[in-house]
Design a protein around this ligand. Structure first.
Ligand code: PEP
Length: 251
């Protein structure tokens, strides 16, 4: 059975105190839940990662970073390396979020380098990708997604895929309140899994957790997560409220 994952991307939200209290509240909320085969991940901003790691100790909460630089070290002002994340107890990094692609010009090529650097440093990667509204309108969304996977990930050998989590996030559904229908999500997730069979093998495809992201809320999570190829979600806005995030985890 594939691992179910709910990951919260906090983006540029929550200062030190807010981080402390949100971790505390989520920890309290999920303490009594039977989370067999389910992982809970939160991704606070860089400066609060050590605090979140400390506060999440002895709980089911895992802490991820929202980004990293592809170089090992050096003259890259303002950047953070994979080794630095490792050194503060972070084991997972989100790469390729649409906001990084759009606002920070992260190309497939740069993302491929980041993925390689993360895996080399034993970080697990949540790899985000997804089409723009225009791509869907022009019916090129499958092609766009295929190219993002080909260019950003398919340089990896099959054995490295156990350290990848895929997050399909149609850009038109991120932070817009507009969600892909459960059928649209299932259709794309099944397509993604078929690409993994073609590129690698059935085992890689069967074992891959493919998360859906884009305006997931307590009200729609259950229906989306009930689809056979949807293995959880990457949550933005609703991950900032402990009760909403908990309701999504329960879904
Ligand atoms: C995201 O940013 O990855 C995301 C899915 O955001 P939201 O849930 O707010 O749409």
């Amino acid at each position: 059975m594939r691992t179910q994952i709910v990951a919260g991307n906090w983006k540029m939200n929550n200062d030190k105190d807010a981080t402390k209290s949100l971790v505390k509240d989520i920890k309290k909320n999920i303490k009594s839940l039977d989370l067999v085969n389910t992982r809970v991940i939160i991704a606070p901003t860089f400066v609060n990662l050590p605090l979140a790691v400390k506060k999440a100790k002895k709980s089911k909460i895992e802490v991820a970073a929202q980004n990293m630089h592809q170089a090992e070290s050096g003259a890259y002002t303002g950047e953070v390396s994979a080794k630095m994340l490792q050194s503060v107890g972070v084991k997972t990094v989100i790469l390729g979020h649409s906001e990084r692609r759009t606002y920070f010009n992260e190309t497939d090529q740069i993302l491929a380098e980041k993925v390689t650097a993360a895996l080399k440093n034993e970080l697990e990667v949540i790899f985000c990708f997804g089409e723009l509204l225009n791509d869907r309108k022009s019916n090129t969304h499958f092609e766009v997604v295929e190219n993002q996977l080909k260019n950003g990930l398919f340089h990896l050998p099959a054995e490295e895929f156990s350290n990848i989590i895929l997050a399909y996030e149609p850009v038109w559904a991120i932070g817009t309140g507009e969600t892909a229908t459960p059928e649209q999500a299932q259709e794309m997730h099944a397509f993604i899994r078929s690409l993994l069979v073609k590129q690698y093998n059935n085992k890689v495809a069967d074992n891959m957790s493919i998360l859906y992201g884009g305006s997931v809320k307590p009200a729609n999570a259950k229906e989306i997560f009930s689809k056979p190829d949807v293995d959880g979600g990457l949550i933005g806005g609703a991950s900032l409220q402990a009760d909403d995030f908990t309701a999504i985890i329960k879904s």
